[in-house]
Design a protein around this ligand. Sequence first.
Ligand code: ZN
Length: 294
Amino acid sequence: MPYKLSGREVYIVLSAIYEKYYYIADQLINYNENFPINTLEYWKSAGYVSRDVTPDYFAYFDRSGRRHPFNLFIFGRFHSAIEKGGNNFDEILESSVYAPLLKPNISAMQTAEMNMKNYLSALGGDDLLNHHYTILNMLLSYHRHDLHPIVTITGTYDPRKAVDNYQALASEFYHRLGPGQDWQSIAHFLVYDTKRQGEGTDILFKYGNIQVYKLPLGTACAGCKSLYIESEKPKLYYISDLLNSGPQSITQRVEEESTTIPTCGPSHLWCGCSGPFPLTKMEWWFDESPPNAI
Ligand SMILES: [Zn+2]
């Protein structure tokens, strides 16, 4: 008899997968995917999971623990671990998190890789593109807080401490991939782009396609101010428009001083604009005019 996971254990395994792979998982959220009920019924009758497990367990978990529709990546890893089976809970948990990537996982990785390739070719051309896999993995590791410095300079780094800022990440890029690139700009751009995209995705999941705004610093460039401020008030955009405009605008964001496309992430290299912030309609500047279209 295979080990039968209780509802609680199913929850722990799914959460552990998300915890380790959230950046990849976030790239492969499928709003319209229906949960394969037959698969769950088969698992129940074969004794893999207990009877109380419902399709709702296989929803997407965001960073605040809320559930959203079925996530292809997380389901794929769970599926492979369940069908492989195990003698106890720990074995199944272990193979869910550490098993080699399978087909659904690989397609998630390919999406993440494709985005990364677009970024890197705009940021540094072919030299950088050759390292896309290493850079993607380092960035994933950075966001998971488990990227440790490989070079320690006395008094500068504590090797037990994970890399936790873009300057330190730039130094890791330099030490692993060599000179010849502006690693500071690249690290700043990649860190803030993934961070803001993640925050934007969170907003979309938590509140739906609501209106948001970004806040340029007082010292921001004229380009950013005109994108995000109008008549001294923040401009409003729908969050899905900002999220979707990211990949298309990448070349413009990297190669030109300022972009004409509002984005979730940085509008250009070294852009320090904060947000997106959800509109609460309590903002002092808020009035009822319709949001801007992109
Ligand atoms: Zn900016």
